[in-house]
Write a protein that binds this ligand. Structure first.
Ligand code: C5P
Length: 223
């Protein structure tokens, strides 16, 4: 069986990660959460007070950043920044509120895309993000573009945060998702958009299992 690359892009909180994780586990593929990488960079920048408008400072900081993932039997994958597990930190609202701004920086994107391409070299990978089908893996065998109604997205994200022990107001979640969508779709460097050959999936009304089955069906047709 040949191994393929599955690229899942879409708006914030549409269920990209949960779908990608499950599909990867069924196929025995590697799952890479590219958003976690941008979140880890953001966390580092905040922690080290990196001036986002100073290209030299940004470049120097990027050289100090090493991101890796480790499979965790409980919740999928943990993100490591310079050997430290930052999974919990990078999901916090303070990082969510900064990450899209950091992700507009060209140098940040180049560094992340390079690493993502290296990770996908062996294929057999499911990667989710905003520019995976358009920029990172334009030749991916299966590309999905996910969307869902705002209310549904916000509820799901709020529940997810609660499960991680964070109580966040629904209005704040909506506001954060809206802001990230706005920045992600309008930035100059690889903005979020559907690749021409991506299959659009609206997750508002479909049950999770059904959604995963559909993706597996599409993947098997391409293997
Ligand atoms: O996927 P997640 O919502 O965790 O991503 C956080 C943020 O990282 C996004 O809102 C976006 O600004 C940025 N991102 C990106 N390109 C990717 C993945 C994430 O710009 N491939």
């Amino acid at each position: 069986l040949r191994k393929i690359v599955i690229a899942i892009d879409g708006y914030s909180a549409c269920g990209k990660s949960s779908t990608a994780k499950e599909v990867a586990s069924i196929l025995g593929y590697r799952y890479i959460d590219s958003g976690a990488m941008y979140r880890a960079v953001t966390f580092y920048f905040m922690d080290h007070h990196v001036a986002l408008t100073n290209p030299k400072e940004v470049a120097r900081a990027l050289e100090q950043i090493h991101i890796s993932f480790k499979v965790n039997p409980k919740n999928g994958t943990d993100t490591f920044l310079n050997g430290l597990n930052v999974e919990k930190e990078i999901r916090k609202m303070r990082v969510s509120e900064m990450v899209s701004q950091v992700s507009t920086i060209k140098h940040v994107r180049t560094a992340m895309v390079d690493q993502q391409r290296r990770m996908g070299k062996e294929r057999g990978i499911v990667m989710d993000g905003r520019d995976i089908g358009t920029v990172v893996f334009p030749t991916a065998e299966l590309k999905l573009f996910m969307k869902a109604d705002m209310q549904v997205r916000a509820f799901r994200r709020q529940k997810e945060l609660l499960e991680r022990g964070q109580l966040v107001d629904l209005d704040d979640v909506v506001e954060n998702i809206r802001q990230r969508d706005e920045i992600d779709t309008t930035r100059a460097e690889s903005p979020l958009r559907k690749a021409d050959d991506a299959v659009e999936v609206d997750t508002t009304h479909i049950a999770f299992d059904e959604q995963v089955d559909e993706v597996i069906r599409m993947a098997l047709a391409r293997i």
